[in-house]
Design a protein around this ligand. Structure first.
Ligand code: ADP
Length: 496
């Protein structure tokens, strides 16, 4: 099959969060199964191109349309972690994708609307038959109505269109003239059965993600639980009516992690490597060495204490106040803790910086407010526990990486977290599934109680702790099974 993924992110060259990991991991799984995969992303000027092999300019006269003018674009191609990637580079007076960042805030709407049309121009002129165009999130959702209403009638052949919902909170809201600009008649799409937004309090009235939901042949939510949650008023961010209307197209497939890329045995940033093939003693020794490296690097007391980490964007979805509370509570209870993450919201970022300043002489806690792949990997390999107290979580990857690296997850039971983490103290859960700690109430008591139980086990029942750790490390959250589920859906759609 010829599968094309279009997205805003791709790990490791253009990664902000889980979306980037999924584009890479899923594509690599399809390639291993013998399929042809192309990934299409914008050519951001902040791409780390040292990670791309054979980078070539293959076209510099691809035209795309905005505001009655045709603009020139370049197309580059290269290989990243074994995947063929096409980078589309607009030469547009507004310098789209030349802002030095993947997401640019207010200008994201015009840049990704432009990119959605450019993407189809590229596929149209490329003239290669495509079985599946898999769109991801709001950034490229407009490609669905563009294809069905403009490019398909002109002869572009795509077997089927699928849309992945990685996070329903981000929908891409704009106004009808924004669609006019790239040649879609905005007013024609401003109806409830098309792209009209359904939030009465929002001044913007076009919803780009809704375009993907309405026009795609299939909608894939990134975990089974999330595929059910998005049909509820609480979790649908005002799209519940649309999603219910299109419920017959919705399915949930759990994200995986690439077991080659997330391997504590092969990870170049893990000083003492280990894997589930080692004995528990060898694993604990390696993790203890990694903990010492982390303690040194972050200037913490070099003591053998339980270590609790959090690696997360600091946005309300992730429960930033519960993250703060949990890390401080762990220290009060005699553990060490560390946070890697930052907030796009200046007020939230300031609050965390104030806390970090207040705690700067405490040898048992650290804060790092940046994106740091190498530090994240050392943290997973050093930690005993990892917290994910999300309010909602479409799938969540940090708990899966934590399990693989022997950092036991402590999570709020929502979305994909509820599909992957099972409480060690719950007698109703089969023993072989119990791999962490979960809580339900989104409050300090919820997270603190779960942390207390985790620390209690670490301190007073090492035997139990070690068994749980091994159960988690032995669970298979690789892409193989999920990639097969994707392929079954693709095959049904195109009757392959
Ligand atoms: P998100 O909602 O942000 O996509 P996920 O749990 O699905 O959350 O994925 C997060 C991914 O981003 C993981 O690979 C995690 O290790 C990584 N990550 C998050 N914040 C940072 C950071 N500050 N530095 C390095 N990696 C990070």
């Amino acid at each position: 099959m010829h599968i094309v993924h279009a997205a805003a992110e791709m790990a490791p060259i253009a990664k902000i969060g889980g979306l980037g990991d999924v584009i890479l991991g899923l594509s690599r799984a399809f390639i291993k199964m013998g399929h042809r995969v192309d990934i299409i992303i914008p050519k951001y000027n902040c791409l780390d191109l040292s990670l791309c092999q054979n980078l070539k300019l293959i076209k510099n006269d691809l035209k795309s349309f905005e505001n009655d003018k045709w603009y020139t674009n370049s197309v580059w191609t290269g290989v990243v972690e074994g995947c063929t990637v096409f980078f589309l580079e607009p030469h547009h007076p507004d310098k789209y994708f030349h802002e030095g960042k993947i997401y640019a805030g207010a200008t994201d709407i015009p840049r990704f609307i432009y990119f959605s049309r450019l993407l189809l121009e590229f596929l149209y002129h490329n003239k290669e038959p495509i079985d599946i165009l898999n769109l991801h999130d709001w950034h490229v959702s407009l490609a669905a109505p563009l294809y069905k209403d403009i490019y398909k009638p002109q002869g572009l052949q795509i077997g089927a269109l699928t849309l992945n919902i990685h996070n329903l909170e981000y929908q891409g809201k704009c106004a009808t003239p924004d669609l006019d600009k790239i040649g879609l008649q905005g007013e024609k799409y401003h109806t409830l059965d098309k792209l009209k937004d359904e939030n009465p309090s929002d001044p913007e009235t076009i919803n780009l993600l809704k375009g993907g939901i309405v026009y795609a042949d299939k909608i894939i939510a990134v975990s089974p639980n999330y595929s059910r949650e998005i049909l509820t008023v609480e979790m649908a961010f005002n799209l519940e009516n649309t999603l219910r209307q299109h419920e017959h197209k919705i399915t949930g497939i759990l994200n995986g992690i690439d077991l080659e890329i997330w391997s504590p045995k092969k990870d170049p940033f893990v000083p003492a490597p280990y894997s589930n093939r080692n004995t528990i003693q060898e694993i604990l020794q390696a993790k203890s060495k990694n903990k010492k490296t982390l303690q040194k690097r972050m200037g913490l007391a070099e003591e053998e204490k339980p270590f609790i980490i959090c690696i997360s964007r600091l946005v309300s979805q992730k429960g930033p106040y519960l993250i703060k509370e949990g890390l401080l509570h762990a220290v009060k209870k005699g553990a060490q803790s560390g946070l890697l993450g930052f907030s796009p919201l200046p007020k939230m970022q300031q609050e965390f910086e104030n806390l970090s300043e207040k705690m700067k002489n405490d040898p048992n806690i650290f804060f790092q407010f940046k994106y740091d792949e190498s530090l994240s990997r050392l943290m997973y390999a050093a930690a005993d526990f990892l917290i994910v107290p999300s309010f909602f979580e479409p799938c969540g990857l940090t708990q899966l990486i934590g399990l693989r690296y022997g950092a036991i997850p402590i999570v709020r039971r929502t979305g994909g977290l509820a599909d992957t983490v099972f409480d060690n103290d719950d007698p109703l859960i089969p023993l072989e599934k119990r791999n962490g700690y979960t809580f339900d109430t989104f409050d300090f008591m919820g997270i603190n109680d779960a942390i207390n139980r985790a620390l209690e086990c670490w301190k007073n029942d090492q035997d139990e702790y070690q068994k749980m750790l091994l159960r988690g490390m032995n669970m298979d959250f690789g892409w193989e099974k999920s990639a097969k589920d994707y392929l079954n859906i693709y095959k049904q759609l195109i009757k392959f």
